[in-house]
Write a protein that binds this ligand. Structure first.
Ligand code: PMP
Length: 360
């Protein structure tokens, strides 16, 4: 069996143990005689799967009881509309921090429904830093305060949460959910597409404080109303059953690895291997300011486009794949989500050192 070191930004690597478990259960889950894909979402067997998936997520993230966990479809991008439709119902105003293409899309969508205040932006430097916030500019009666906790394309991470008082914080955690310990109670809504740290594409996890459910705008389509899904345990219609099942296996894998705390230590070790190398290398350079570096997405460049292309091609020959950076940043990007083993990053750094020696 060939497995490569897959540095894709998403969909991305899954733990081998999870794939093997799924493979064992592919044609018959337990003694049901059918694949999870072939099960009615209304069956007892499936209800157990979704219940266990939610319970394990609640355990590993320490989600307080006054939060609902929803398993939705439409990707993280659908949340860009669901958030304003459901939350922009008081002052009809919201504050945003613009840290990249994904927040920009969220801003554009929210503008359709209410008044958007962009407090700060790092667009001037291709989003290679997290802009400083000035509390005096916050909208005191905003319905919510919107951030992306990790910016997949640029490799930045918001390390400190602003103090927004009673204004609920909404966080797009698509690319760093479960990568480090987070205090869920500090957020009003957390959402994330599954396809980086949780499972296959197709399911989007929404963790929402209960008091934020039930006040959607009248125009809200039924399927875009959190209440629709919260009232029915994510079974208003057919949920993405197989993606939820795999996410459940991933959550169990995290638990077995020692939980998010242990995963965080492993992620810090992996990221340091790369960042420490960039800081000492004469050839490879990270593109993000030090204090805002992501643990998950690590963009870097060589001095010329020719060298970038050569590095990517030679890396692929050694089974380090999907290292090409996003077109807006250029160069390379190593996405090292939870499932990437420490060994994969160590070997990549060894290869970079060889490449540097050859091109010094
Ligand atoms: N937010 C972030 C931070 C992302 O990285 C992505 C996708 N890479 C999205 C939102 C959009 O997710 P989706 O494709 O699931 O709509």
């Amino acid at each position: 069996m060939k497995r490569v070191y897959n540095f894709s930004a998403g969909p991305s690597m899954l733990p081998l143990e999870v794939l093997e478990q799924a493979s064992k259960e592919m044609t018959s889950y337990g003694d049901t005689g059918m694949s999870v894909m072939e099960m009615s979402h209304r069956s007892k067997a499936y209800q157990e799967i979704i219940d266990t998936t939610e319970a394990t997520l609640r355990e590993i993230m320490a989600i307080p009881d006054n939060y609902k966990v929803l398993f939705l479809q439409g990707g993280a991008s659908t949340q860009f509309a669901m958030i304003p439709l459901n939350l922009m119902n008081g002052s009809n105003k919201a504050d945003f921090v613009n840290t990249g293409a994904w927040t920009k899309k969220a801003i554009a969508e929210a503008k359709k429904y209410g008044q958007v205040n962009v407090l700060a932006s790092s667009e001037d430097q291709t989003y290679n830093y997290i802009p400083k916030l000035d509390k005096s500019t916050f909208t005191p009666d905003a319905d919510y305060f919107y951030i992306a906790s990790n910016n997949t394309i640029y490799g930045t991470k918001m390390n400190a949460l602003p103090d927004t008082g009673d204004v609920p914080i909404v966080a797009d955690m698509s690319s760093n959910i479960l990568s480090e310990e987070m205090d869920v109670s500090k957020y009003g809504v957390i959402f994330a597409g599954a396809q980086k740290n949780m499972g296959p594409a197709g399911v989007t996890i929404v963790i929402i404080r209960e008091d934020l459910i039930g006040n959607a705008m009248d125009i809200t389509p039924t399927m875009l109303n959190y209440k629709t899904h919260a009232d029915k345990g994510s079974m208003f219609n057919t949920p993405p059953t197989y993606s939820i099942y795999i996410a459940g296996l991933v959550f169990k894998w995290i638990k077995d690895m020692g939980g998010v705390k242990a995963i965080q230590a492993r992620n810090e070790e992996k990221a340091s291997l790369l960042y420490d190398y960039f800081d000492s290398s004469k050839l490879f350079k990270g593109t993000v300011v030090k204090e805002d570096r992501s643990l998950m997405n690590i963009p870097f460049v060589l001095p010329t486009d020719e060298l970038n292309a050569k590095f990517i091609a030679e890396a692929a020959k050694r089974d380090f794949v999907n290292l090409k950076g996003h077109r807006s940043v250029g160069g390379m990007r190593a996405s090292i989500y939870n499932a990437m083993p420490v060994e994969g990053v160590k070997k990549l750094v060894e290869f970079m050192k060889e490449f540097e020696a050859e091109h010094a």
